[in-house]
Design a protein around this ligand. Structure first.
Ligand SMILES: [Zn+2]
Length: 352
C-alpha cells in the first residue's frame, strides 16, 4: 500500500497544520516485530522529529495487532472480556489494555465524524440503570439518540445513590459502606446535563424537539441547556412499550445496549468494575451502532445511522474503525482512506 505521511504528527509543528512542499525526508526502514514487511521511517524538516507510517495508525505500539478486529467484533457482540481474550489468544490484562485503546480511538472517531449534526430534528433521551462491582453501587447511563435514524449522539455514565428498603440486608450493607467511605455521590443530573450540552454543541442554535419520559428534572435541564430552542415533549414511562409509544426508538436502543454489551445484560456474570470502564465500552458500542451496523435489520447493509445522517458515505468495517488514530479532530485521517491522504473534514465535504 502506497503511504505518504499526510502531516507532521507533532501538533505544535507548522507542518502539522499546513503540510506544504517537501516537508519531510525519508530516513530508512525498520522492522516492527508485529508486521511482516519493513516500515519506512521519515523525518520532519521543520521540527526534526522522526516518525513512520505506524505513528498514524491505531495499532501503533500494539504487540498483537491482528487480534484487534476480532476482539472489537466480540466486544460489540455481548461477549465478556475474559471469553473474548480466550477466543483471540490474549490474557485478560491485554484485553483490558486493548479496550482502553479502542475506547480512546472510538471516542475520537465519533467526535470527529459527528462534530456537526443537523438541527430541526427530534431527539430522545432516557437513562439506563446499571451498577459497578455490586448492586449496592448503582450507576446511571443516560443515552441520547436522534429519532429518525436512531443515531446515538451521546452516552454518559456516573454514580447514583439509590438506597434499598429500610431494614433490608442490602440497606444494612449500603449503610456500612457509607459509614466507611462517606455518602455515595449522585451524578444523575450532571450526566444528563452533559449529554444535552454535547447535543447543543453539535446542533448549535438550531431548533430541536426533545422527547423524554416524565422525570421531573428533565424539563429544567432541557430548558437550562437549550432555552427556547428546544420543544420538550413528555410521555409517561409506564405506557406500553409498543412501536406506537413515542419513546419506542430509545427503549429499543437501550435494549440494544444490553444485547451488544455483555456487562449491561441482566442476570449475567459480567459486571462493570469501574464506571470509567463502562464508558470505554459505551464508546465502542456507539461507533458500532452508528457507523458499522445498519439502522434496522430490514435496511440495506450500508444504511447505518451515520450514513442516513450524511456523516459518512457508507457503512464502516471494523478494520476501518481501528485503522487510524483519531486525536486530531477534523484533521484526523478518514477511516475509509487506505493511503491516509483524505482527512475527515475533506471526506465530509464530499458527502451528499
Ligand atoms: Zn514537524
Amino acid at each position: 500500500m502506497q503511504f505518504d505521511p499526510p502531516r507532521c504528527p507533532n501538533s505544535l509543528c507548522v507542518a502539522h497544520h499546513k503540510p506544504e512542499g517537501r516537508w519531510y525526508l525519508r530516513k530508512g526502514y525498520y522492522q516492527p516485530a508485529c508486521r511482516s514487511g519493513p516500515v519506512q521511517r521519515y523525518q520532519c524538516r521543520h521540527c526534526l522529529i522522526g516518525f513512520s507510517a505506524q505513528t498514524f495508525r491505531h495499532d501503533c505500539g500494539d504487540r498483537k495487532p491482528w487480534c484487534n478486529v476480532p476482539l472489537f467484533d466480540y466486544l460489540t457482540s455481548g461477549v465478556g472480556l475474559r471469553q473474548s481474550g480466550r477466543m483471540v489468544g490474549l490474557t485478560i490484562r491485554a484485553v483490558q489494555g486493548k479496550l482502553r485503546k479502542f475506547g480512546r480511538t472510538c471516542l475520537g472517531l465519533h467526535e470527529n465524524l459527528s462534530s456537526r449534526l443537523p438541527g430541526n430534528r427530534s431527539f430522545l433521551l432516557d437513562e439506563e440503570e446499571t451498577y459497578e462491582r455490586s448492586k449496592r453501587w448503582p450507576l446511571t447511563m443516560p443515552v441520547l439518540i436522534e429519532r429518525e435514524t436512531w443515531f446515538v449522539v451521546a452516552v454518559e455514565a456516573g454514580p447514583i445513590r439509590r438506597l434499598a428498603r429500610k431494614g433490608s440486608k442490602m440497606r444494612a450493607l449500603q449503610d456500612a459502606d457509607e459509614e466507611r467511605q462517606g455518602r455515595r455521590p449522585d451524578h444523575s443530573r450532571q450526566c444528563v446535563r452533559k449529554v444535552l450540552e454535547l447535543l447543543r454543541q453539535r446542533v448549535g442554535d438550531a431548533a430541536i424537539t426533545m422527547l423524554t419520559d416524565k422525570k421531573g428534572s428533565y424539563a429544567t435541564l432541557v430548558r437550562g441547556v437549550f432555552g427556547d430552542a428546544a420543544r420538550h415533549e413528555t410521555t409517561a414511562g409506564k405506557n406500553p412499550r409498543t412501536t406506537y409509544n413515542p419513546l419506542f426508538p430509545i427503549n429499543s436502543t437501550l435494549a440494544m445496549t444490553r444485547d451488544n454489551n455483555g456487562r449491561l445484560r441482566r442476570l449475567s456474570w459480567l459486571v462493570t468494575k469501574l464506571c470509567e470502564c463502562l464508558l470505554r465500552q459505551t464508546a465502542i458500542f456507539t461507533v458500532y451502532r452508528n457507523y458499522v451496523r445498519q439502522r434496522f435489520n430490514r435496511d440495506p447493509r450500508n444504511d447505518t445511522p451515520g450514513k442516513l445522517l450524511k456523516l459518512v458515505p457508507r457503512a464502516l468495517q471494523s478494520r476501518e474503525v481501528l485503522a487510524w488514530r483519531q486525536d486530531w479532530g477534523g484533521n484526523s485521517i478518514d477511516p475509509m482512506s487506505c493511503d491516509a491522504r483524505t482527512t475527515i473534514r475533506a471526506m465530509q465535504s464530499q458527502v451528499v
